[in-house]
Every structure is written in structure tokens, then in C-alpha cells.
Design a protein. Structure first.
Length: 134
């Protein structure tokens, strides 16, 4: 059976519009490099995938200890310091979606569902791909 993050990747590929191309990167050398390289006309970006189990209460942090590793956080923050847009795509076990800018990586593991709703820039597949095109 495929893991939750693999199923998120499958769903992302199924929902992609024409003109966007993905590469799934399993990098064991580059500490913190995101999972997906997204390319389209005159634009490219990186997306980290996270697929946590939904907590019993929306006031509980969603990612917690299973969230972003220090290397991933640093990678996103370094990219943000260079004005590069990177993202973290989260889909919980209830299939709720959040696309969060990588500049929020330092606080990502502490965010509750309600807080993710506040910082998310997209929450549906069409919205997510529209943001990635910008």
C-alpha cells in the first residue's frame, strides 16, 4: 500500500493542468531539498509534500513532530532570503489541502488547522496550480 505522501503526489499529478510539469526528487545528498520540482513556461518552483494524520481537535498542531525537519526548514528559509518562492503542500487524512509559502517553514510544525487556514495561499487544486503559475 502506498504511503500518504505518495498518494498526495499521485493526486497532485492527476489534478495538474496542461503546461505544468513535475519531477519528484528523492535526494539523499541535498539536505532539505523539497520533494517536487515544478516547471512551467518561464517559471519554476519547489514544493515540499506533507501528508499528516488529522488531529482529533483543530486546536492541535497538525504537523508536529512528523513535520518539517531542520534541513527542510533551513532550505526554505534560505530560498526565502533570496526572494525565491517555495511552498509546502499539506493534505491531511481528511483530504483538506493547504499550500503554504516556504517563508513560514520555521513555524510550520507548530501550526494548528485554524492557523494553517490563515497562512495558506490556496486550498483547492485549481487554486494551488494558479498560485504555482505566478
Amino acid at each position: 500500500m502506498r504511503k500518504a505522501e505518495q498518494r498526495l503526489w499521485d493526486t497532485m499529478r492527476r489534478n495538474k493542468p496542461p503546461g505544468i510539469y513535475f519531477d519528484r526528487v528523492e535526494n539523499y545528498v541535498g539536505e532539505g531539498m523539497p520533494d517536487v520540482y515544478v516547471r512551467m513556461r518561464q517559471r519554476a518552483t519547489w514544493v515540499e509534500l506533507k501528508a499528516p494524520t488529522a488531529p482529533a481537535r483543530d486546536g492541535t498542531r497538525l504537523l508536529g513532530d512528523q513535520g518539517m525537519r531542520r534541513g527542510q526548514i533551513n532550505w526554505h528559509l534560505q530560498s526565502a532570503s533570496l526572494n525565491l518562492a517555495t511552498y509546502v503542500l499539506i493534505r491531511d487524512s481528511l483530504k483538506r489541502l493547504w499550500l503554504v509559502e516556504g517563508r513560514h517553514a520555521d513555524s510550520m510544525n507548530e501550526l494548528t488547522v485554524a492557523e494553517l487556514d490563515d497562512v495558506s495561499v490556496a486550498g483547492t487544486w485549481p487554486e494551488i496550480f494558479e498560485v504555482l503559475k505566478r
